[in-house]
Design a protein around this ligand. Structure first.
Ligand SMILES: CC(C)(COP(=O)(O)OP(=O)(O)OC[C@H]1O[C@@H](n2cnc3c(N)ncnc32)[C@H](O)[C@@H]1OP(=O)(O)O)[C@@H](O)C(=O)NCCC(=O)NCCS
Length: 160
């Protein structure tokens, strides 16, 4: 597990697209033609953050196989209003490539991110996951997270 580098950008964008396609099964929006470029721009901008990009990758046999992206406290004000405690950070993305799941990579990424969050004095770590995603609930609970809010929504048929 290590901080994302510039050379990881293609792989990291690929993993974010893989996550977006995966999430479509559970109500996630269909990736747009602009999704890839936006992912590259947003992840690329993080590489210029002064102290840390708050973005870590897992490397297995020289290939990037997992990604976790965290929003630090100073940028997490929108979601921080969901809880009374703090300081709050937000896990915006966690994905392990399909061929590498179930091998402990996701748990190791979460542990790496939480080491940094602990060092930064973060008191509450929030995230969203799709309740219908069969991988999310077991994984998140196993990592020690617990649900705070359950939201249901529906879109008109055909609205992508
Ligand atoms: C969710 C995800 C990140 C987990 O990463 P992973 O590397 O596969 O998970 P790990 O091997 O580290 O598993 C950690 C724990 O999660 C649970 N878990 C993982 N996969 C599971 C599965 N298929 N069924 C049930 N529990 C599972 C287990 O409790 C496991 O711990 P244990 O083996 O000690 O019991 C990965 O499956 C993934 O990228 N899924 C697709 C994208 C996605 O759903 N992202 C949303 C994350 S909320």
């Amino acid at each position: 597990m290590r901080a994302m580098r510039g050379a990881d950008l293609d792989a990291a964008v690929g993993l974010q697209l893989e996550l977006a396609r995966w999430n479509q099964q559970f109500g996630g929006r269909v990736p747009r033609p602009s999704t890839e470029a936006n992912s590259r721009r947003i992840l690329g901008a993080r590489l210029a953050w002064p102290t840390s990009s708050w973005t870590w990758v897992a490397e297995v046999a020289g290939a990037v196989t997992g990604l976790v992206v965290v929003t630090p406290t100073e940028r997490a004000d929108r979601v921080a209003a969901s809880v009374a405690a703090g300081p709050v950070a937000y896990v915006g993305c966690l994905v392990v490539g399909a061929g590498h799941r179930g091998d402990g990579v996701g748990a190791a990424l979460v542990a790496t991110a939480h080491d940094a969050l602990d060092a930064a004095g973060v008191g509450v770590t929030l995230l969203h996951y799709y309740a219908m995603n069969p991988l999310s609930a077991p994984f998140r609970h196993r990592c020690g997270y617990r649900p705070l809010w359950t939201e249901w929504s529906r879109r008109p048929a055909g609205m992508r």
